[in-house]
Design a protein around this ligand. Structure first.
Ligand code: FHN
Length: 423
């Protein structure tokens, strides 16, 4: 009997797991994304009334308990004339980042997009008067990067009924449900209606959100854009994939879809005094470590109030992109490889290839791997344009690849092990 492929696909699509798998397809292959924390907090940049306010930059309103009436005046100064959406998106591309997640609304409640729900937004309340999300949406579409929105669904220190501000408002009398129904949901609707296809909605700090509230937000997103992903910080164990803690990398392979959001220095939102930049080798090793355990790396930049991505971030992202230009095959679309928990290696795999990441190249170039020698038909260095075969010898512990003594890459050299057809 002939199969009706269309009907089968339709039936598959009815299954929640199949719908989730379909939504996750691009994200699983992507492995590396750009996170952007950008908002009014970039103006004080860690300083308030001559005092250094410790902690992450975007939390300054909370840490310094700045009254709403004072904090909202920052909007009058916000004029990021150097904002260049084409440059931001092309930096993500150059870095090898396949998706871009930007703060549409962070906990301070200021809306970085045009919204009918409040005039406390970048179009109505600032001299800038433009909608950067619209401009980024156009650039992402033009350059082929997935646009995604961060949206703080629970904490909103500006809204009288949002969570978190107990210095202007009384937490006990807040109508949190009203805030979700009459403010959060309509804004999520705007974000999913006015900016074209959105890759994912990145919710954060669910805190007091009930199961019913998380569930109805999830349903709203999937109803408006069935292909749009929702991250795990929607709360109540709902969402399409799990979020690791900030800057946290699990010890081993995690058998769910997961992501590590991470800072490139020590803050998310720009701080003028944070110069603690992670080095390029450290960043590449983190990308490789996360990928080898089945996760995605969402690496943050914090643009200035003028709209500039700090130069140290740019340099690091460009260097990561250069490494990925040569070694991207060992990252994109891969799953965890067969060698786990064995220093100095990480491994990823795709089709008939195992990608052995050698983070510390042996002085004699002899790479010992605990895999049966007959399971591998050929080995070569990914960065070697000639792809010359290396000799593979069987040992009592597995196999040894005889590679050049000089590391092909100073940060991470990838040795490709081609599996034998019958292994
Ligand atoms: O409170 C936020 C923080 O400001 C930042 O946005 C990070 C990014 O993962 N999420 C929350 C803390 O986990």
């Amino acid at each position: 009997m002939a199969h009706d492929d269309g009907a089968i696909r339709e039936a598959m699509w009815q299954r929640p797991e199949a719908r989730r798998d379909a939504r996750l397809e691009w994200w699983r292959a992507a492995r590396f994304g750009m996170f952007i924390h950008w908002g009014l907090y970039a103006i004080p940049a860690g300083q308030w009334k001559g005092q250094t306010i410790p902690g992450i930059g975007e939390w300054i309103m909370h840490r310094a308990r700045i009254p709403v009436a004072e904090y909202e005046k920052l909007a009058e100064q916000f004029n990021p004339t150097q904002f260049d959406p084409a440059a931001w998106v092309s930096l993500a591309k150059r870095a090898g980042q396949k998706y871009l997640v930007i703060t549409a609304k962070h906990h301070d409640g200021f809306c970085m997009f045009d919204t009918e729900l409040t005039s406390y937004n970048i179009v109505d309340a600032t001299p800038f008067g433009r909608d950067p999300m619209k401009e980024l949406a156009a650039e992402c579409a033009r350059q082929g990067v997935r646009l995604c929105f961060y949206y703080s669904q629970t904490q909103d220190w500006h809204h009288p009924n949002g969570d978190g501000n107990d210095w202007d408002y009384d937490e006990a009398t807040k109508d949190f449900d009203g805030y979700i129904e009459e403010y959060v949901k309509p804004q999520v609707r705007e974000l999913l209606t006015n900016y074209g296809p959105i890759g994912l909605i990145w919710f954060d700090t669910p805190k007091r959100l009930s199961v019913a509230q998380s569930r109805s937000l999830l349903d709203l997103v999937h109803t408006l854009q069935p292909a749009c992903l929702v991250n795990g910080r929607l709360g109540n164990a709902l969402g399409d994939y799990a979020e690791a803690g900030d800057n946290r990398i699990p010890d081993g392979v995690v058998d769910v879809d997961w992501e590590t959001p991470a800072t490139i220095n020590d803050t998310w939102g720009f701080r003028s005094d944070d110069h603690n930049w992670k080095s390029v080798p450290e960043l590449i090793h983190k990308l490789v470590d996360i990928t080898s355990k089945g996760g995605n790396y969402l690496l943050n930049v914090g643009p200035t109030a003028e709209g500039v991505i700090p130069q140290p971030s740019v340099e690091r992202l460009v260097a990561m992109g250069e490494w990925l230009q040569v070694n991207g095959e060992s990252i994109y679309g891969t799953c965890p490889g067969p060698i786990q928990g064995l220093a100095p290696y990480r491994s990823t795999a795709k089709d008939d290839r195992v990608y052995l990441h050698v983070l510390d190249w042996p002085r004699d170039g002899r790479i010992a791997v605990p895999l049966p020698a007959d399971s591998i038909s050929r080995a070569y260095v990914l960065a070697d344009p000639s792809q010359a075969s290396l000799s593979v010898q069987a040992t009592s512990e597995g196999l040894t690849v005889a590679a050049p003594a000089t590391p092909p890459d100073a940060i991470d050299s990838v040795v490709v092990l081609v599996r034998s057809g019958d292994a």
